[in-house]
Design a protein around this ligand. Structure first.
Ligand SMILES: Cc1cc2nc3c(=O)[nH]c(=O)nc-3n(C[C@H](O)[C@H](O)[C@H](O)COP(=O)(O)O)c2cc1C
Length: 239
């Protein structure tokens, strides 16, 4: 993030390898828990120093390394590349987690195969779709897809996610933070095209109370939209 890199922190540090080594050694020796590290492939296309950073991280006592397959200047543009991650995996003995644009079971399998990494790390694909982890896990174990979550499960998970946000942040901030999450859940739900998502987001964003957000979720999964909804069939759904 800009606010991190402008202070020469985060991926901006990749330009100063000696300082990276110094920081990692200081952290590793200061704590008793295992220290892991997350890096990008480098600062820019001309300085993909991910392999050197990985080696010095291992030498400093880092226990596992996650690598986002983009350099800093790319931000989130373009496609993640996996050649550098494969090279890093070859260069060190600690576990390496491949990261960047992994958004499906098939992609996870391909990236693991291509990089030889020990695991994949998922970011954006989990936003609004936390089931991505079990779907990938199932595919890697069994070589076939598991069923998508039912609407009932989607509703339950969304409700419990919102409740956790309300409880953790308090009603005022929780209600507001819930708005972006609802947007992600809508985007991951095939039932809603872009126009419908926009309408639903606008309606949800106008709600000021936690209870109103829960009622909205009940309505979202009501029988007219979701014939299979068990909550609705049981009369739990307010609609
Ligand atoms: C909401 C959000 C917060 C993130 N926070 C961090 C962070 O604090 N530190 C970091 O190194 N990367 C952070 N990232 C970047 C991710 O760890 C990951 O490298 C990036 O999103 C690419 O993976 P993806 O294609 O699976 O999303 C964040 C990403 C998202 C979406």
């Amino acid at each position: 993030a800009k606010k991190v890199c402008n202070k020469a922190a985060g991926s901006a540090l990749l330009r100063d390898e000696a300082l990276v080594a110094e920081i990692l050694e200081a952290v590793v020796s200061a704590v008793e828990v295992p220290v892991t590290l997350k890096i990008r492939t480098g600062w820019c296309a001309d300085s993909n120093n991910g392999v050197r950073i990985a080696r010095l991280a291992e030498a400093a006592g880092i226990q596992a390394l996650a690598v986002h397959g983009r350099h800093r200047q790319q931000r989130y543009h373009g496609q993640a590349e996996y050649d550098t991650i494969a090279a890093i995996k070859q260069a060190v003995h600690i576990p390496v987690f491949a990261n960047g644009d992994v958004d499906s079971p098939l992609k996870a399998a391909e990236v693991l195969d291509y990089t030889g990494a020990d695991a994949v790390m998922i970011g954006r694909a989990a936003q609004g779709y936390p089931w991505v982890f079990r779907e990938i896990d199932h595919y890697l174990r069994h070589g076939r897809y598991c069923p998508s979550p039912s609407l009932t499960e989607r509703a339950e998970v969304l409700r419990s996610h919102l409740k956790t946000l309300h409880d953790f942040y308090g009603d005022y901030m929780g209600v507001r933070i819930a708005r972006k999450h609802l947007g992600w859940y809508l985007a991951a739900d095939d039932r809603f095209d872009a126009d419908r998502q926009r309408e639903l987001r606008a309606a949800f964003n106008a709600l000021e109370l936690a209870d109103a957000q829960f009622a909205f979720i009940d309505d979202l999964f009501c029988p007219e939209r979701s014939p299979g909804c068990v909550r609705a069939a049981n009369g739990i759904c307010a609609a």
